[in-house]
Structures are given as C-alpha cells and as structure tokens.
Design a protein around this ligand. Sequence first.
Ligand SMILES: [Zn+2]
Length: 95
Amino acid sequence: MCKIYISNNPSSIRNHELGTRHKENVTKRLATMRKENAAKDKEHKETANALVQIEAVRLFFLIKHVILSVKVHRFICISLERLLENLNVLLMNII
Ligand SMILES: [Zn+2]
C-alpha cells in the first residue's frame, strides 16, 4: 500500500503498520476508494436515469400513436355509419 520497501519479517511489517505515514496512506487510500465508489454510483444512476428517460419518451409516443389510431378509427366508423344510413334510405326508397 505504501510503495516502500519493508523487509519481510513480521516485526518490521508491524512496526511500519503502526507508523503515522502508513496510517495516513491508509486514510488517503480509503478516501480515494470512497470517492471512486461515489463517482461510479453517480455514473450508474445517470445511466439508469437516461434509460428510464428513453423508455418514458418511447411510451409517450406509443400512447400518442394509439390515441391517434383510436381517433382515426372512430372517424372512419362514424363515416361508415353515415354511409350505411344513406344506403338504408336508398334501399327503402327502391323497395
Ligand atoms: Zn504502509
């Protein structure tokens, strides 16, 4: 963690780990990790938000399309009903 050479015997490792410099480095490393995790979380959240936004826009236009289709359908139905009425009157006059 400290990028310095320590002889590989337990007492010098222990001695180093009790030192101020090592403790500072551990604190720094933890702060860096916390910062990196926060940045990653933020990035994930932004990606998720972007996907939700794309899906919401897609649904918005899909619903608009369905509503328009229903309106066109209704218009065609009304026109056909009038046509049927006219045909009915025509047939009544013939018979
Ligand atoms: Zn250290």
